[in-house]
Write a protein that binds this ligand. Structure first.
Ligand code: ADP
Ligand code: MG
Length: 277
């Protein structure tokens, strides 16, 4: 995908081109506007995620990153716009999307074992009244092992550290066997070991041809972890490969005065040198 800067006045894509891009994308969003009150949280956003890549959604606090993911999942209703997943309308495709929410949004006030949390990822296969078999448990355990949490299968989820919980949620997403993985700030407040474990699993998913979209807050690791970026500040700022779309200029547009110029220059240069390798 060519880099696209929202402020550039390039020739508009033809309808046929747009149609083809949408049909080939694991997640294609057009004209999406979401408001909670009067002020839009996301305004008129187009997004075309590349298949088999890792894409970071980046922007300041309150930029609409979580809202964009929630709208992509259909959990917040848009005022306007449409979402297409793997070439079809969202409604028929929900089973193909796995979601790891922002950690603070999950509150465990009743005791639940780790293995049971992971088995929730299998509910579509199990059905509402389906019986859990040894095979299901083995799948769940395998997913826990992939995130390095196999030893914690019988612990209560509420007793784990934040980073450990985050890995369990990733294991639940893996159990679902989805094609598109949406993660909201999976590295926020986790220890270095967890961050390494999560990024390794995400890279493995990419190697299997899956598509990974991550709301990411740490600008310093963008070029190392991701193929593409999507910069947003209510409106789309830029979208494309890291080397093209993650620059001092696009960061300045997205963050305005909230980043020191020196920091932006440094990050932009780092992004370009790493991305250009
Ligand atoms: P980000 O994830 O980029 O920090 P959000 O998508 O969470 O941003 O929020 C975008 C804007 O929408 C913010 O101004 C936030 O305060 C507002 N917002 C988010 N969720 C709600 C909600 N449930 N009700 C009202 N306003 C909300
Ligand atoms: Mg958020």
């Amino acid at each position: 995908m060519a880099v696209e800067l929202a402020r550039e006045n390039g020739a508009p894509a033809s309808d046929a081109e747009n149609r083809r891009d949408m049909d080939q994308s694991p997640l294609a969003i057009r004209g999406l506007t979401v408001t909670y009150g009067e002020k839009p949280a996301v305004f008129s956003v187009d997004m075309t995620v590349d298949p088999g890549k890792m894409t970071a959604i980046i922007g300041p606090n309150g930029a609409g990153k979580s809202t964009l993911l929630k709208a992509a999942l259909g959990v917040v209703p848009p005022v306007s716009g449409r979402v297409q997943v793997l070439g079809k309308p969202l409604d028929s495709q929900r089973a193909r999307i796995a979601y790891v929410p922002q950690r603070a949004s999950v509150d465990w006030d009743f005791p639940t074992r780790v293995i049971d949390v992971v088995m929730m990822g299998l509910y579509r296969e199990l059905g509402l009244l389906g019986r859990i078999t040894g095979r299901h448990r083995a799948t769940a355990l395998d997913c826990l092992n992939r995130v390095g949490m196999g030893d914690f299968a019988n612990r209560q989820i509420g007793q784990l550290s934040g980073g450990q919980q985050q890995r369990v949620f990733l294991a639940r997403a893996l159990a679902q066997g989805a094609d598109l993985y949406l993660l909201d700030e999976p590295f926020a407040g986790v220890d270095a070991a967890t961050e390494k474990a999560i990024i390794a699993v995400l890279k493995q998913l990419r190697a299997e041809g899956k598509t990974v979209v991550v709301v990411h807050h740490d600008l310093a690791t963008v070029a190392e972890y991701f193929d593409n970026v999507f910069l947003i500040n209510t409106r789309k700022v830029a979208e494309g490969p890291v080397a093209d779309a993650f620059t001092a200029e696009t960061l300045q547009t997205a963050y305005g005065g909230r980043l020191a110029t020196a920091q932006v220059d440094q990050l932009g240069t780092a992004a370009q040198s790493v991305g250009g390798l």
